[in-house]
Design a protein around this ligand. Structure first.
Ligand SMILES: C[S@@+](CC[C@H](N)C(=O)[O-])C[C@H]1O[C@@H](n2cnc3c(N)ncnc32)[C@H](O)[C@@H]1O
Length: 296
């Protein structure tokens, strides 16, 4: 299975049906349904080659979205302090691109990926099989808030732009604490409101109300889950504006036109058009890297 299949009018119709289903679905199933609305080729239509699903960490004007997504994944790996031989849990892995990169660059013993979206799991599993890596990259369907791993199963737990969806995020913190070994590290790349920005203004219905709080509260919730040395760094000045500029440049590119469904193109055009709705939303949002440790 690949992520680059040309969308058809039929897929637009399917997306429409799936958006209606999303609007009617229970809060528990929203994240999974949201990522099934569009075909994979649409979700990754702004990327050149990769299939990352994050906003990226932009270091220079010359960066592409692929570069930025990879840099964000590396920033998270640095924050988590990946070491050779680590057992890593990646909660909410998308199509798994970062896991293939981390395996190659950091040589962990294994990476277990957990994801609620069946298509994401199938695509990542197929890529691992094709590359003969299924014994060290283990992609599973499941929720980051319903984990059944044994205590001390992992040295690091990471969530790359996914914990905002977890219902609620603090349940993930509690479970991550349980499955980490003493001295293990939890690290997230995550999205938060900057001030009292209302969740209702956010475009995604997939962010639970209880996750929409500021950074101090984020750290407090980590501490009450048992973590110590919890710290948060804002990287927002390297994220949103650069992503908007990239998306604006891509809107009229033939590859984007070819790979994204009509509905998605129309939505993104509107979001980035004159009233720059998207930029106004981003002005109220932080983007953070957060790290915390389980005590020895
Ligand atoms: C914005 S995407 C980020 C994907 C990937 N980390 C990346 O950077 O490309 C969020 C991911 O979180 C997953 N997700 C949402 N809720 C989840 C949950 N409760 N448990 C596990 N994964 C979840 C989604 O299916 C999606 O793959």
């Amino acid at each position: 299975m690949t992520t680059s299949q040309r969308p058809t009018a039929w897929q637009d119709l399917l997306s429409f049906g799936r958006s209606v289903r999303l609007a009617l679905s229970s809060p528990e199933t929203r994240a999974k349904r949201a990522y099934e609305i569009f075909p994979p080729s649409t979700w990754t239509a702004l990327n050149d080659h990769s299939s990352y699903l994050n906003f990226g960490y932009w270091r220079s004007e010359a960066d592409t979205l692929d570069d930025a997504c990879q840099a964000l994944a590396e920033k998270l790996a640095d924050a988590a302090g990946f070491q050779e031989g680590d057992r890593i849990l990646d909660a909410g892995f998308g199509y798994g691109d970062q896991d293939f990169m981390w395996l190659e660059r950091h040589n962990p013993a294994k990476i277990v990926g957990l994801n609620v979206t069946p298509t994401h799991v199938q695509i990542a599993q197929a890529k691992a099989r094709e590359r003969g890596l299924s014994d060290r990259l283990i992609f599973q369907e499941g929720s980051a808030t319903a984990m059944t791993f044994e205590p001390s199963s992992f040295d690091r737990v990471v969530a790359l732009e996914s914990a905002l969806h977890f219902r609620p995020r603090e349940e993930f913190f509690r479970q991550a604490h349980h499955i980490l070994r003493p001295g293990g590290v939890l690290a997230t790349a995550d999205i938060l409101p900057l001030n009292d920005y209302s969740r209702e203004d956010l475009f995604s219905p997939t962010v639970p109300r209880e996750n929409w709080h500021d950074g101090n509260e984020y750290l407090a919730r980590l501490r009450s889950a048992g973590f110590v040395n919890a710290r948060l760094t804002s990287i927002r000045t390297h994220v949103y504006e650069q992503w908007c500029r990239w998306a604006e440049r891509k809107l009229d590119a033939p590859e984007f036109q070819q790979n994204a469904t009509w509905g998605y193109r129309r939505w993104l055009h509107r979001e980035l058009a004159d009233d720059t709705r998207m930029r106004r939303r981003f002005a109220n949002m932080d983007y953070v890297i957060v790290v915390a440790e389980k005590p020895m």
